[in-house]
Design a binder for this molecule. Structure first.
Ligand code: FAD
Ligand code: SF4
Ligand code: SF4
Length: 406
């Protein structure tokens, strides 16, 4: 039986699971990579997220998995330096989610003979972190995939390469980067550069897969690719683009694509994302990249809606790497204040949508449904607004008015 990562040790002190509270597990997979007996595997729960499961027959009870788990162990660092900017190559910039900073950092690593780890969509449209060795392979890991990527194998492989002295750039969510440092037992080797991003939270891979199946049913054709941040309508009005085997396509925007709408309204983010404290001065990487939302006010002279990135520099190694990338056009950003409003994920986690539980009840029953999304995300009607009002009114007043609670 899959029990998520709720803690428990059997009578023989053999472990069945890693953490006592499943909601704290980010699914990074570091525990799997440090287990000396290969006793841990990642299994999907009923919301479609991966959690570690321990094979009690292989476990020797050494507790390394729990000791190394990075969940909740954040470190406050110096206030990061900030820059805005983009890659000079317009074609790459338009293919990137924001200003294409990641590509510039990655090219520099590949030209030094290093390995770059980033997230691809596999042929079956599963998101996974992989290591690449050539500039030709960069297009696969460029661009945001708004679904949680599998990272356990990548963390193990990246840690192995780093220990062998090979230069590595590892890019992932802040919690995946924390997972890599956990696998390295907190060591910060000189041949490793890490890049994370300001993170809104990651949607369920199971929900995304179900959404793709629904698209395929509607098109009677297999989906062969899916882009989350197509810029054909501009950087700010980003859109999705699904391509099917029969040549047909389906596009949507932040307000029309059902999956994107649910993501942006926090309907199916991972439980740990709603508690995540990896923000601003607690982000674990050398460099953090993000969209420079608010560019039209912060630097209107540079904003042509092709995409601009915000960069947070946390370490001297990160600063040196950025300075070595000569194909970037960057400028200083003096204050983080505007981002509190325009990019709140820089400072705090997303709040769960109040209909999250209802969504998953329906999802467990019949998978992803466009109608459910329309229904759950519709603005509240009069009846619902009255219900909400009643919930927030003291019981005595409700009784006096002769009303019933919703
Ligand atoms: C789930 C998610 C939530 C985000 N939330 C915010 C936010 O709230 N505010 C904000 O400003 N920016 C957010 N971003 C970052 C933003 O979308 C851009 O990735 C960032 O601006 C860098 O863009 P770029 O043009 O420099 O590079 P890009 O070429 O777009 O590179 C993006 C990098 O992210 C990696 N990546 C893509 N998808 C994933 C994934 N699922 N898991 C791990 N790594 C991945 C890629 O491998 C690549 O290294 C988020 C990204 C993701 C994936
Ligand atoms: S190491 Fe990562 S996957 Fe393992 S229990 Fe901790 S947070 Fe979860
Ligand atoms: S919000 Fe935090 S826990 Fe969730 S994916 Fe991002 S970094 Fe990880």
């Amino acid at each position: 039986m899959l029990t998520g990562c709720s803690a428990s040790l059997t009578g023989d002190s053999m472990r069945e699971t890693v953490l006592s509270d499943p909601a704290r597990c980010t699914g990074c997979g570091a525990c799997q990579s440090v287990c000396p007996r290969q006793a841990i595997s990642m299994k999907s729960d009923e919301e479609g997220f991966l959690y570690p499961q321990v094979n009690g027959e292989l476990c020797v009870g050494c507790d390394l998995c729990e000791k190394r788990c990075p969940s909740g162990k954040m470190e406050r660092r110096e206030v990061p330096q900030m820059r805005g900017g983009c890659i000079k190559d317009t074609e790459i910039r338009l293919k990137s989610s924001s200003g294409g900073i990641f590509t510039a950092l990655a090219v520099h690593m590949l030209r030094q003979g290093g390995v770059v780890f980033g997230t691809v969509m596999s042929e079956s449209l599963t998101a996974e972190i992989v290591g690449i060795f050539s500039e030709e392979a960069l297009s696969g890991i460029r661009g945001s995939k708004y679904v949680q990527s599998q990272s356990a194998d990548a963390i193990r492989n990246a840690a192995d390469l780093v220990k062998r002295g090979i230069p590595v750039l590892f890019s992932g969510t802040p919690c995946q980067v924390a997972g890599l440092y956990a696998a390295l037992n907190g060591n910060v080797p000189g041949n490793l550069l890490t890049v994370d991003f300001v993170c809104h939270g990651t949607p369920s891979p199971g929900v995304f897969e179900s959404y793709i199946r629904e698209l395929e049913r509607r098109h009677s054709s297999r989906a062969v690719s899916f882009a989350f941040r197509d810029k054909h309508l501009g950087w700010k009005n980003f859109s999705t683009m699904a391509v099917f085997e029969d040549g047909s396509t389906e596009t949507g925007t932040q307000t029309t694509d059902p999956f994107l709408r649910g993501f942006l309204q926090n309907l199916y983010l991972r439980p740990s994302c709603y508690e995540c404290n990896l923000r601003y001065d607690t982000l674990p990487a050398d460099l953090t990249i993000a969209d420079l939302w608010g560019a039209e006010q912060i630097c209107p002279e540079r904003d042509d809606d092709s995409g601009l990135s915000l960069m947070l520099i946390h370490t001297p190694a990160g600063r040196a790497w950025l300075e070595a990338c000569t194909d970037l056009d960057t400028f200083p950003i003096e204050s983080a204040e505007p981002f509190k409003r325009v990019n709140p994920s820089l400072f705090g986690p997303s709040t769960p949508h109040k209909k999250r539980a209802k969504f998953f009840k329906l999802y467990r029953k019949h998978g992803f449904s466009f109608d459910d999304i329309d229904h759950l995300l519709a603005p509240p009607g009069r009846l619902e607004r009255t219900g909400e009002w009643i919930v927030h009114v003291p019981s005595a007043v409700v009784r006096r008015l002769g009303l019933k609670r919703a």
